[in-house]
Design a protein around this ligand. Structure first.
Ligand code: FES
Length: 104
């Protein structure tokens, strides 16, 4: 994938968990669920809870501080008016997790 940045490997993130990763000068929360891998902003918009330490569902992440839950596919709040930024990922045949470079 042209312009993509390697940010982690599948082996770095056990299924059902999240990890805080740093790549290209930015921090991301990266999650591996039964549905695939997802990346979001690292902190919850409510009071900066560490999303990478939250509880994952198939397509959701629950903040560890006050249980606000977000859809990992869209960033939309499930039980809150808050929303989070998500980032598109791809996984290579070798298991490399790649972040699409910003357009422009
Ligand atoms: S900091 Fe995440 S729900 Fe409050």
């Amino acid at each position: 994938m042209a312009g993509a940045i390697r940010i982690a490997h599948l082996s770095d993130i056990p299924e059902g968990e999240g990890r805080l990763v740093e790549a290209a000068g930015m921090h991301l929360a990266v999650f591996r669920t039964r549905a695939g891998v997802f990346a979001t902003q690292p902190e919850c918009p409510h009071r900066q809870g560490p999303l990478a330490d939250g509880l994952t569902g198939t397509h959701t992440i629950m903040c560890p501080l006050h249980d606000r839950t977000y859809d990992l596919r869209t960033g939309a709040g499930v039980n809150t008016e808050c929303s989070i930024t998500t980032y598109p990922l791809t996984v290579g045949e070798d298991g490399a997790i790649m972040l699409a470079a910003a357009a422009g």
